[in-house]
Design a protein around this ligand. Structure first.
Ligand SMILES: C[S@@+](CC[C@H](N)C(=O)[O-])C[C@H]1O[C@@H](n2cnc3c(N)ncnc32)[C@H](O)[C@@H]1O
Length: 212
């Protein structure tokens, strides 16, 4: 079964899955907290990209949290059902635009972003190093990448993620050092936050990265 088939299958019910409470929601909260100090200029036009945006929850929360900021919000995802669901959940006159696109093509966006977000999606990419390099190329020189994913760093993580794979398909959950290694030469890790909401969860990290 292909991974895309699985994401198409989950799309309609994704926002009601049990992982929302213990993993997805705490990560979105942490991303919002970390990006808030960066979005402080009311006169500036910010460009934000969410890679593997799913149903667009993160982008909708950002749009609602910063009602007065000028920003363009773009979400890309290769699952047509995720994009379809995202569009139905987003107001017609919203600042959010969704594009059906495989991450392998993100350089076609030909735009530079102040903020790129990639949450819970990186482990499913076939060539993680290429994606990291492409994201860094799309980032403005002082931009920030917010990258969050489950990270296998010990036996317990390995065991939990072995079972999770049955619901997500093929994945490689990089350890902390593997994630940082994918960006060697193009990025620097400015901050790393551990998100642990329950002992039943694996390690989840949010990496705040800049070009470098
Ligand atoms: C676990 S969901 C995460 C969705 C959202 N970012 C969140 O934090 O809730 C993983 C998403 O990555 C997308 N995805 C996986 N591989 C992809 C690829 N090669 N190109 C684009 N999107 C991809 C899936 O379709 C799915 O919507």
């Amino acid at each position: 079964m292909s991974n895309k088939f699985i994401w198409n299958f989950w799309a309609k019910h994704y926002e009601n899955l049990w992982v929302q409470k213990v993993s997805l929601e705490p990560v979105r909260k942490s991303v919002l907290e970390e990006m808030t100090p960066l979005l402080c200029d009311n006169l500036k036009q910010y460009a934000i990209l969410d890679v593997g945006c799913g149903t667009g929850q993160t982008l909708r929360e950002i749009a609602a949290f910063f009602p007065n900021l000028q920003m363009t919000l773009t979400g890309i995802d290769y699952s047509e059902k995720m994009i379809e669901t995202a569009k139905t959940k987003t107001l017609i006159n919203s600042r959010i635009k969704y594009i059906h696109m495989d991450v392998d093509q993100i350089k076609d966006l030909k735009e530079n972003y102040d903020i790129i977000i990639c949450t819970h999606s990186f482990p499913y990419y076939k060539n993680q190093q290429k994606v990291m390099w492409d994201m860094m190329e799309l980032l403005k020189s002082n931009g920030r990448l917010f990258l969050a994913h489950a990270s296998v760093n010990n036996f317990y993580d390995r065991m939990v993620m072995f079972f999770v794979k049955f619901t997500t398909g093929r994945a490689h959950y990089p350890s902390i050092s593997e994630t940082i290694k994918t960006g060697i030469g193009v990025s620097k890790c400015l901050k790393r936050i551990e998100i642990k909401t329950s002992i039943y969860m694996p390690s989840i990290y949010l990496f705040v990265m800049g070009r470098g």
